[in-house]
Design a protein around this ligand. Structure first.
Ligand SMILES: NC(=O)C1=CN([C@@H]2O[C@H](COP(=O)(O)OP(=O)(O)OC[C@H]3O[C@@H](n4cnc5c(N)ncnc54)[C@H](O)[C@@H]3O)[C@@H](O)[C@H]2O)C=CC1
Ligand SMILES: O=C(O)[C@@H]1CCC=N1
Length: 285
């Protein structure tokens, strides 16, 4: 049990964590996965050579249990875990990657005093370039936080934030890769509409997005200044940016991020159903 990590849910983010941990040198004998879908379980076992078993089996011998399941599966899964764990046994650390669900909900379901750490990662974890944010629950101490930070540092960058900011983090970095991919997708189509082959347009766009990302992270220069450096007076970029301002792209991103944060808050609330708006204004420091 000493070093073993159980990943519950071998879907997109569970696989991203598994792949990232293995590629960063974590031995497969220290990893176990529980996956409900037989087809998916077979895929994971074959691709990564890890033990894939049922939920109680995975939890039993693990020191850290990582939940990579949908918000709607949380209550069922935590009830099963609580059935496996002895009353008063609080050594096992639960790490939730689930959007929206507060640590308090796990703490209520697990044995009293169980340490829980909430994490919002993102899929670039697949290539060890995740951005993860970590929030300790009520019973998680500095050592628990350090354990989770160390785990996630193997697959990307990590920040620690107060839990009230998690819906905002989810909207920005959790969902964020999708916004970047949407921009890439649209720009590829735009290139095709200008007469480029799809293959050529894809190559031009993907390397441009990669290069822009690395320049942004490595130069220490603000996005506004980097954009200004591309924008020659009276030139092509200025013409394009004028169109993007005309269609209110910035407002679109504001609205999108706020909608994502509201969806995060909603998905974690047992009381509120779909469509119920939640006040997230308390997210700010
Ligand atoms: N996909 C993403 O980019 C991110 C997802 N998340 C969070 O990660 C969680 C999972 O998301 P995805 O991986 O995208 O979903 P997914 O649907 O791809 O994966 C969930 C997996 O859990 C399995 N599962 C459900 N109940 C189970 C049980 N009782 N025992 C074993 N396996 C079970 C399902 O069969 C499925 O393979 C969500 O809560 C989401 O909010 C967080 C950050 C980013
Ligand atoms: O779309 C979702 O609900 C999950 C959480 C953050 C990214 N994907």
């Amino acid at each position: 049990m000493a070093n073993r990590i159980a990943i519950i849910g071998g879907g997109k983010i569970g696989e991203a964590l598994l792949a990232g941990l293995i590629s960063s040198g974590k031995p497969t004998r220290d990893l176990v996965v529980a996956e409900r879908s037989k087809e998916r379980a077979d895929e994971i076992a074959e691709e990564y050579g890890v033990l894939v078993t049922d939920l109680p089996g995975a939890v039993e011998h693990a020191a850290v249990v990582v939940l990579a399941i949908k918000p709607t599966d949380v209550d069922e899964v935590t009830a099963t875990i609580a059935g496996v764990v002895d009353e008063g046994e609080t050594e096992r650390l639960t790490v939730s990657l689930v959007a929206g669900v507060p640590t308090e909900r796990y703490e209520r379901a697990l044995p009293a005093g169980s340490p829980v750490v909430r994490v919002m990662p993102n899929t670039p974890m697949l290539v060890n370039e995740a951005m993860s944010a970590v929030s300790p629950g009520r019973y998680a101490d500095d050592e628990h936080v350090a354990t989770v930070v160390e785990l996630l540092s193997a697959v990307g960058k990590v920040v620690v934030v107060p839990e009230r900011q998690m819906d905002a983090v989810t909207a920005v970095s959790g969902s964020g890769p999708a916004y970047a991919f949407l921009v890439a997708e649209a720009l590829i189509d735009a290139g095709v509409s200008l007469g480029l082959s799809r293959k050529m347009s894809t190559q031009l766009v993907t390397q441009t997005v990669r290069g822009a990302g690395i320049l942004l992270t490595d130069s220490g220069v603000s996005p506004a200044d980097l954009r200004a450096a591309v924008t020659s007076p009276g030139g092509t970029t200025a013409a394009a940016v004028r169109e993007l301002e005309r269609i209110n792209l910035r407002t679109g991103f504001y609205e999108a991020a706020h909608a994502a944060a509201r969806a995060s808050a909603r998905s974690g609330s047992v009381e509120s159903g779909p469509g119920v708006e939640t006040d997230i204004s308390s997210a700010s420091d």
